[in-house]
Design a protein around this ligand. Structure first.
Ligand SMILES: Nc1ncnc2c1ncn2[C@@H]1O[C@H](COP(=O)(O)OP(=O)(O)OP(=O)(O)O)[C@@H](O)[C@H]1O
Ligand SMILES: Nc1ncnc2c1ncn2[C@@H]1O[C@H](COP(=O)(O)OP(=O)(O)OP(=O)(O)O)[C@@H](O)[C@H]1O
Length: 596
């Protein structure tokens, strides 16, 4: 067992918890610990109880969300489970996924003063503490700013500052970058690292975007989805095991793209002696790098049969009917000086699988609202199905175009998961038995059957997202528009959802996905639209976008690590074609070596 230099700050001992009204417990006999003065990362499949665990660390569970808790959560010799939330506030501060749900005021200054004023802190102290935390998060010049004027990353920094201002030593964050573009995400991760290195804070977080986080993480806890911790230790120890150890290879855990490629490849070739040897050596931790690219390339060269395999690394344009055509489209919100959409030119055809990407605030959601006639453009034309949108019957528009909202809760209209899906079929004209069957099939397909009696609002984030997509899929629209469909999803659910979209696309449904997830773009989209500065910055196939550094920069996009990995590999083995996505590269590797 490896030794850590950090002390344990919180220890969970035989912790069990069941929400009131739930038959099965979320946790049963859980043991794990968190380390002081480092970044602690919690990984596990959707719905396994990560958020519940975080809420137990400051008493939100079971004090606000009630249920039966057993065991001990030790913090400095005391049991958190016996404390009230207010007793924990000075030690443990919580930052949620969406900073906007946390804000109670209008300006940065008022937001930071809010908690201190409630504690009747003297004005001088409030002032100096606000200056201090704004300095800590690098937002000193924004003290007087309106919260609405901040970018997503800046808002999240202020949410973190509002916890720091209370001088909590432990910061808990539940998927803090789920809605952020790549640049904002990097800023938040760097801030967390700085809070640890410079101010000795302890960070505990749940996060799916690991590309730039793992190297900043000190302690990782992996939950197996069956109430247990299955791996715990340093980031490199956990990573080695998740990539190379057959015992953990089927865990439904997100990893950066390049690790997923190696993991899938090693799994596929498990019985080849060279691969077994390579795997064992990596697992034993010989050599510093977890991904020794030279060795990997050498091994690949020995096994691969290049000539017989069709590389097919690009996307093929499949012409179809016109679905959406925007030309010089402009939209300005009332009261804002600058138009959000200045000149949008977009053409989407019926067979397209489109990804709409761009920085936070670029106007992606605004464009969707214009398309759904919630907002009306001041200039340009927008044609849908070959007709001017103005002349398109609204009823037909809603029948043909399905929208899955960014925030699933905005979509729920009933108080039971089962009823939510039945509601979608209300006007379908189907008989009761047929509706029931379809709903049951969908619940099973989306791993929601066991939750069917629950309120949609009490589901985990990942479950809520799956329910919102399932509700939209039941009715058979011609065009499906999904705003951030995969955030909060675990690896298996994300893949399953996207494979389903691909299937529907092949059956003729146009898919339009708004997303910050470039791995998803690279793997599934055949057309990418980058919005920046109110204009269409790029519209073309995904393999071209990551070479267009201007569009990458303006769209604040992150190049997936699968692309840099395949380029590095090519510097050793020229015969490997240039790839830009995990799926395409894994397929190729597996096809290459299947004759071994
Ligand atoms: N307030 C609540 N009342 C009843 N059940 C709940 C409540 N909150 C969560 N649950 C259930 O507890 C289980 C664990 O949920 P939790 O949100 O902790 O999981 P998670 O691992 O964070 O999931 P995700 O990654 O999808 O956000 C789920 O089955 C969920 O439906
Ligand atoms: N109702 C509104 N009134 C005024 N400004 C608004 C309104 N809604 C959005 N905005 C502003 O319009 C800009 C574009 O917002 P929009 O939500 O369309 O961006 P987005 O690209 O979808 O961003 P994200 O990736 O963060 O979801 C932002 O600066 C936002 O603050």
């Amino acid at each position: 067992m490896e030794q850590s230099v950090h002390k344990k700050i919180i220890e969970m001992e035989q912790v069990s918890f069941a929400y009131d009204g739930d038959d099965s417990p979320v946790w049963q006999g859980l043991n794990c610990y968190f380390e002081e003065g480092t970044v602690n990362l919690l990984l596990g499949p959707s719905g396994c109880g990560k958020s519940t665990l975080l809420y137990m660390l400051n008493g939100i569970v079971p004090n606000f969300y009630e249920g039966k808790a057993e065991g001990h959560i030790w913090f400095r010799g005391e049991d958190i489970l016996e404390k009230k939330t207010k007793d924990m506030v000075q030690y443990v501060g919580m930052v949620f996924q969406n900073p906007e749900t946390q804000f109670c005021t209008f300006t940065v200054e008022d937001e930071l003063a809010f908690g201190l004023e409630n504690e009747n802190a003297p004005r001088d102290e409030i002032d100096s503490r606000i200056d201090e935390v704004l300095d800590m998060v690098g937002m000193g010049t924004f003290r007087k700013s309106l919260l609405t004027s901040l970018s997503g990353g800046q808002k999240q920094k202020i949410a973190i500052a509002s916890v720091l201002v209370m001088q909590s030593e432990i910061l808990i964050l539940d998927e803090p970058t789920a809605n952020l573009d790549a640049v904002s995400r990097t800023e938040v991760f760097s801030l967390l690292k700085q809070l640890v290195d410079r101010y000795g804070k302890t960070i505990i977080l749940v996060e799916h975007n690991l590309e730039q986080l793992l190297d900043k993480t000190g302690h990782v806890i992996v939950l197996d989805g069956q109430n247990k911790v299955c791996l715990e230790g340093s980031a490199s120890h956990v990573l080695r095991n998740l990539v190379y150890n057959p015992e953990f290879r089927n865990l439904n855990i997100f990893l950066p793209e390049k690790y997923l490629i190696v993991k899938e490849w090693i799994n596929a070739l498990d019985r080849v002696p060279q691969v077994v040897d390579f795997r064992e050596r990596q697992l034993a931790g010989r050599g510093e790098a977890i991904l020794p690219i030279d060795e990997f390339a050498g091994l690949f060269q020995k096994l691969a049969v290049f000539s017989s395999v069709d590389t097919c690394s690009g996307t093929v344009h499949r012409p179809g009917d016109k679905v959406v055509e925007a030309c010089g489209l402009g939209y300005a919100y009332r009261g804002r000086e600058d138009a959000v959409l200045k000149r949008i030119d977009i053409r989407i055809e019926s067979k397209d699988f489109v990804a709409v990407v761009g920085a936070n605030g670029a106007g992606k959601s605004t464009f969707l609202k214009v398309l759904f006639r919630v907002l009306f453009p001041y200039q340009g034309s927008l044609r849908v199905g070959g007709k001017e949108l103005d002349g398109y019957d609204k009823k037909l528009l809603y029948r043909d175009f399905g929208l899955v909202f960014q925030n699933p809760e905005d979509q729920f209209v009933t108080n039971k998961v089962y009823d939510e899906l039945m509601f979608s079929l209300k006007k379908s004209g189907m008989g009761e038995a047929e509706k029931e069957k379809r709903v049951t099939d969908m619940l099973e397909r989306f791993h929601l059957y066991s939750e069917r009696e629950k309120s949609p609002f009490l589901l985990s984030q990942g479950q809520k997202r799956r329910l919102s997509v399932a509700a939209m899929l039941l009715t058979g629209q011609k065009v499906l528009i999904l705003d951030e469909p995969t955030y909060g999803q675990d690896y298996d659910n994300q893949r399953e959802l996207m494979e389903l979209m691909r299937e529907l696309n092949k059956e003729g449904v146009t898919i339009i996905v708004v997303t910050h997830d470039m791995a998803l773009v690279a793997d599934y989209a055949d057309k990418v639209i980058v919005l920046a500065d109110g204009k269409t910055e790029f519209c073309g196939p995904p393999e071209d976008i990551f070479d267009n550094m201007d569009a990458v920069k303006k769209g604040k996009l992150q190049i997936p690590s699968s692309l840099s990995f395949s380029r590095e590999l090519r510097s050793y083995v020229e015969e490997i074609p240039s790839f830009f996505s995990r799926g395409r590269m894994t397929d190729y590797l597996i096809r290459c070596v299947k004759e071994v």
